[in-house]
Design a protein around this ligand. Structure first.
Ligand code: TYM
Length: 334
């Protein structure tokens, strides 16, 4: 049996980058691998590495669960569970243990930390933000995870997880499964619509740079119309020389997986950016409108959301505690 684990922070509203790079994969994996066990975590302990408004953090945790349900993750069907990270204390406890098997040199190499803290004085940076990849390693290793479906920006953290796990296994015995990261073929890094050299991110200050899953059709239209393009006015996929249009093609594919890149290029050959953008906006807006309807009905049902949290906790606590006990025993903790 294959175990699949992944997570998303409730620190903002989900974007189409989260959707194409990660969440869509999760639903496909749930459907395509009925023999696998899948766990999707709302990683609220990761979210507090940046200061959060407490009420908003709680609301966004439930929002994120409702989005996963709207996308088609179905905890009632059996093989997939949704869990909230803070409800299972073993995540924090294993993270502390793993801190003692991780070096400062390793954490210093994490590009996401470097990007997030660029230009700031080290003295004022929070330890939690620095330490964040170790908590992620704990999340993954607690569940004997084989596969971690993520966007490209998380691959380095998964490499670190593999190193920490191997180090621990070599020192004691094979207690941790060595996980593999898995990214989608195209769209594993959806870029900022205003600057295709940067990743699309829900924490960006420029709202034109990202599309949220909750954006209404007018916003989707506006953001796609205003998205920067390259200078050639040709719908050609070449990320190195035409990054802006290539990013829009990745978004198109993310919303219509039936069309290959070649088929998209062929369809728009000689039509220029205008027609392509118009069709893309319609495709994205229509898909999101359907999702939003489903989202709203799940979001209104607070009792059901509470039940998802409780069941996820019960399922995961058992598995996680077992692994934590093994680890504690191995290193002499009573
Ligand atoms: P987070 O919340 O930043 O993002 C959730 C998932 O969305 C992917 N993603 C993207 N994919 C493509 N293009 C983009 N522009 C884009 N932006 C985000 C991310 O790669 C991710 O897969 N540290 C993680 C959460 C986490 C986790 C884990 C993941 C905590 N523990 C254990 C896997 C396993 C994070 O901050 O993701």
């Amino acid at each position: 049996m294959t175990r699949i684990f992944s997570g998303i922070q409730p620190s903002g509203k989900p974007t189409i980058g989260n959707y194409i790079g990660a969440m869509k994969q999760w639903v496909e994996l749930q459907e395509d691998s009925p023999d696998s066990q899948l766990i999707f975590s709302i990683v609220n302990l990761h979210a507090i590495t940046v200061r959060q408004d407490p009420d908003q953090l709680q609301e966004r945790t439930f929002d994120m669960i409702a989005w996963l349900l709207a996308l088609g993750i179905d905890p009632d069907q059996g093989n997939a569970k949704i869990m909230v990270q803070s409800t299972v204390p073993a995540h924090s406890e294993l993270a502390w243990i793993l801190d003692n098997y991780t070096t400062i040199g390793e954490l210093n190499r994490m590009t996401q930390f470097k990007d997030k803290t660029a230009g700031q004085k080290p003295e004022g940076l929070l330890v939690g933000l620095y330490n964040y990849p170790v908590l992620m390693a704990a999340d993954i290793l607690l569940y004997n995870t084989d596969i971690v479906p993520v966007g490209d920006d998380q691959i380095q953290h998964i490499e670190l997880t593999r190193d920490i796990a191997s180090r621990f296994n070599n020192l004691y015995k094979e207690v941790f499964v060595i996980p593999k990261g898995q990214i989608v073929q195209t769209g594993s890094r959806i870029m900022n619509l205003q600057d295709p050299s940067k990743k699309m991110s829900k924490s960006s200050d420029n709202h034109l740079s990202y599309i949220l899953l909750e954006d209404p059709p007018e916003q989707v239209n506006k953001k796609i119309k205003k998205a920067v393009t390259d200078q050639y006015n040709q719908v050609v996929y070449h990320p190195a020389t035409q990054p802006a249009i290539s990013n829009l093609i990745n978004i198109y594919r993310g919303f219509n997986g039936d069309l290959s890149i070649e088929a998209i290029q062929k369809r728009y050959s000689g039509l220029g950016y205008g027609q392509f953008k118009q069709d893309l906006a319609e495709l994205v807006a229509d898909t999101l409108a359907d999702l939003q309807t489903r989202y709203r009905s799940f979001r209104e049902d607070q009792a059901m959301l509470g039940r998802v949290v409780a069941e996820g906790k019960e399922h995961c606590q058992q598995l996680a505690d077992q692994k934590l006990d093994q680890v504690k025993q191995l290193i002499g903790l009573i």
